[in-house]
Write a protein that binds this ligand. Structure first.
Ligand SMILES: O=C(O)CCC(=O)C(=O)O
Length: 267
């Protein structure tokens, strides 16, 4: 089975800012085996931390590094970023059964101290996700309008796990599409696409990992995010804008730093 995107899929992504309906990257048995290994990561969380603090652990966990560098995923990403790109971030988005937690509407690139905008997120489902257990929703075509202003949200009201979100009225929420995925399947979304998710109204957990890839022209601002490291996936890094990370040797481990977004840097 080919994981390279067709011309139609590339055109759809350019036009609408996302792609779904892609062939599964892992079989159900493979993703179940990976899911069974998750407690080896969660047991490394410290007091007060949650699974959303599992960020950039691919730098110290071969288990995650291998998922992020899966050649099937890289074939898909190459279709939207071109021949020269790197991987630089990974984080889990887990919602326990009946969790009220939401992810407010946002654009990823608003959070990232990176220029220019030429990045894509792969959202890989570790179990089945649909409307009931709060699959991610995207608002098609919104990546074309550029970056929209975000404001600080009232966590008590929104239950959002993010601190910023888009003001209502700045896009048409009624056109949102739910990216339902089978276990082992992934979706792709553009770094300027408006997306978010609601509460988990089901008795099933909702488990996924977001993995971020950028074209080599994208430069991190080290004054904001000093620990940013890249892993070349395909092609050549002719720009040499960013520091390269080392491939982890242990299967599970946590980094001794916390990644910093623009928002976190502002305090
Ligand atoms: O999982 C979600 O609900 C949101 C994920 C997200 O914001 C992202 O992948 O950029």
């Amino acid at each position: 089975m080919s994981y390279r995107l067709s011309d139609e899929q590339k055109a759809f992504y350019d036009e609408h800012g996302y792609l779904t309906g892609l062939p599964p990257v892992y079989t159900e048995a493979e993703i179940a085996a990976l899911r069974d290994e998750l407690p080896n990561l969660t047991r490394l969380l410290e007091e007060g931390e949650t699974t959303k603090d599992i960020r950039e652990w691919h730098e110290t966990s071969r288990y995650l590094y291998d998922i992020c560098m899966n050649p099937k995923i890289l074939d898909m990403v190459e279709g939207v970023l071109g021949p020269d790109f790197y991987m630089w971030a990974s984080n889990f988005f887990i919602k326990e059964p009946r969790s009220k937690a939401t992810v407010g509407w946002h654009q990823d690139s608003y959070y990232w101290p990176m220029e220019p905008q030429h990045s894509v997120t792969v959202w890989l489902a570790f179990n089945e996700v649909n409307e009931e257990n709060a699959a991610m929703k995207v608002v098609p075509d919104t990546h074309k309008a550029g970056i929209i202003k975000h404001t600080r949200n009232d966590k008590a009201q929104t239950n959002s796990i993010l601190t910023l979100e888009l003001e209502g009225g700045s896009f048409d929420e009624s056109t949102a599409v739910s990216l339902n995925l089978k276990p082992g399947q992934c979706s792709l979304h553009n770094d300027a696409l408006v997306h978010g998710s609601g509460p988990n109204t089901s008795d099933r957990p909702r488990i996924g990992i977001a993995i971020r890839y950028s074209a080599t022209e994208c430069r991190n601002d080290y004054a904001i995010n000093p620990n940013f490291k890249i892993y070349m996936c395909r092609g050549t890094d002719t720009y040499q804008h960013n520091k390269h990370g080392e491939v982890p040797t242990q299967r599970f481990g946590r980094p001794d730093f916390k990644p910093v977004s623009k928002e976190e840097a502002m305090g």
